[in-house]
Design a binder for this molecule. Structure first.
Ligand code: DC
Length: 209
């Protein structure tokens, strides 16, 4: 069984993907981490994330970089969003994601283009979203709890910028697949969103099987 979980930044898609992985006993790949590694490696190389050649060179990042806590930084998310617009970068990361999706026994992947490009044949697709304000509120609270000094307005501006870049790029933009369940969790506690996702996948796979 392949499950695709897509959605914008700070939508809770990672939490839902991990909960689904635990519930169904499947391996999970956070594909955003690959783009984060490319963005961060571009910076380590003193390259320009808006330059396709510099970003492509950074696709040769060492595997150990995926464990670097710096990949989780807000600033790395912005770098990832910038390098992800370049088609050669997307092409370089494509096969790795397809292989993960098609491994025997199935898999769960979360990202922006899983249901549309990486695994259009997925058994169940979810598009997890929430209003920009709800996402900014959650991210702001989470950053304050980590001791990051940032205003809500700055976080909201970053959410809008990330959305514009991720949905506006020409190659594999963030897009809800027509057969994806829309899970808007703006007014839902995480446990309710997780329960709705599990119920949807169970219905989908029962109907398919
Ligand atoms: O999910 P995330 O915030 O870690 O993703 C960081 C950036 O990576 C996101 O803004 C766009 C890019 N990305 C992408 O283009 N395609 C994916 N499948 C996953 C992430």
């Amino acid at each position: 069984m392949i499950i695709a979980v897509d959605g914008p930044t700070a939508s809770g898609k990672g939490t839902i993907a991990r909960a689904l992985a635990e519930h169904f006993g499947l391996p999970v790949l956070d594909t955003g981490l690959l783009y984060r590694a490319v963005g961060y490696q571009t910076q380590l190389n003193h390259g320009d994330p808006d330059d396709a050649a510099d970003a492509l060179a950074a696709c040769q990042f060492p595997a150990s970089l995926l464990d670097d806590p710096a990949l989780r930084f807000e600033s790395t998310g912005s770098l990832a969003s910038r390098v992800s617009v370049h088609p050669p970068v997307r092409a370089a990361l494509f096969q790795r994601q397809v292989d993960f999706a098609n491994q025997p026994g199935g898999a769960i992947l979360d990202g922006r283009d899983i249901g549309t490009v990486i695994a259009p044949h997925a058994d169940a697709k979810l598009f997890v979203t929430a209003s920009a304000e709800a996402r900014a509120r959650r991210r702001h609270a989470e950053m304050l709890s980590r001791g990051v000094d940032v205003t809500y307005d700055a976080v909201l501006a970053d959410v809008h910028a990330r959305d514009a870049r991720d949905t506006g790029r020409a190659d594999a933009p963030l897009l809800r697949a027509p057969d994806a369940m829309l899970l808007d969790n703006s007014d839902m506690p995480p446990a309710a969103a997780i329960a709705a996702a599990i119920a949807f996948v169970e219905t989908r796979t029962r109907n398919n099987g």
